[in-house]
Ligand binder design. Sequence first.
Ligand SMILES: NC(=O)C1=CN([C@@H]2O[C@H](COP(=O)(O)OP(=O)(O)OC[C@H]3O[C@@H](n4cnc5c(N)ncnc54)[C@H](OP(=O)(O)O)[C@@H]3O)[C@@H](O)[C@H]2O)C=CC1
Ligand SMILES: O=C(CO)COP(=O)(O)O
Length: 317
Amino acid sequence: MSISVLGAGAFGTALAISLANKGPVTLWAREAGDMQTSRQNAARLPDCRFPPSLKVTGDLQEAAQAPILLIAVPMQKLRDMLREHAALLTGKQLVACCKGMEIGTGLGPVSIIAQEVPQATAAILTGPSFASDIARGLPTALTLGCADDTTAKALQKALTTDNLRLYRTTDTIGAELGGALKNVIAIACGAAMGAGLGESARAALLTRGFAEMKRLARHLDAQPDTLAGLSGFGDLVLTCTSAQSRNYRLGQSIGEGRPFDQTITVEGAATARAVHALAQDSGLDLPITAVVAALIENRQNVSSAMAILLARPLKEE
Ligand SMILES: NC(=O)C1=CN([C@@H]2O[C@H](COP(=O)(O)OP(=O)(O)OC[C@H]3O[C@@H](n4cnc5c(N)ncnc54)[C@H](OP(=O)(O)O)[C@@H]3O)[C@@H](O)[C@H]2O)C=CC1
Ligand SMILES: O=C(CO)COP(=O)(O)O
């Protein structure tokens, strides 16, 4: 079954390369020219050559011929992109490859697809994976979430490659929550490390961050097992412990008091604000998310944020 990837950032390009090693794949980019001639994505994924079976196009109508469309644009751009191209996307299997929650609505990508392209089948591909690892053919395991198990099984088969092993779930809310919140906690961990607070502080933030993820999941009726899987715990561990992560690096720069390149995609920054607003509206206690939102908005610095966390009332674990 033919597959197209819409959005040629680091992740979309990496997925297209991996999938093209098993069959024809079309990669749609707004600016396709350089990639068509150089056969690589020098700006976002340098030194990863495109296999011959990967076609790059600037024509969305051409890419949207495929029944399975992977959508790999930043979370806060997803709704506008879907709305603009809804007529071409209707009736397709749309697999969101973005991680985050939308500012203003607190919704994840599967819900946004359902709102903007109601005649499409919505799914999500998420889990611990750096784009460059996937593109280089290193072993990676991800979660494919789709509410309809029959479609989930078909997508799992279509999107598994020699190096990319997919597990599946029908709990799409849990899958999208894990990928969204792990980025927020990674900013906190990076900030602690950048400020020299030490590995023990990072372990505490990671673990209590996981408790926040489970708390929000319970509130939204997601399954706890999903949060314990690749899309939750797995991605949390990867992102909170690796300087390959842009979210972790943003946190590090906050902790070190250095500026960070505003053009880099850092999903956890907007998601912290979206989740914090959701928590306030619903009376949920998400203290790490709250301090990350405050750090992003320059309302706190790392030492005052840590003081807030340490001074909280003592409780059972
Ligand atoms: N990089 C990674 O290792 C991983 C990323 N992800 C997730 O993938 C998503 C995308 O991240 P990533 O690929 O890294 O981001 P990048 O910053 O590398 O690229 C973002 C891409 O999105 C494109 N884009 C933005 N807006 C639109 C739009 N309206 N229509 C079409 N294309 C658009 C940009 O196109 P243009 O160049 O024309 O501006 C750019 O190519 C994020 O949610 C991220 O969390 C998930 C797992 C791993
Ligand atoms: O989602 C990712 C790893 O699973 C990529 O993390 P960053 O977006 O922080 O680079």
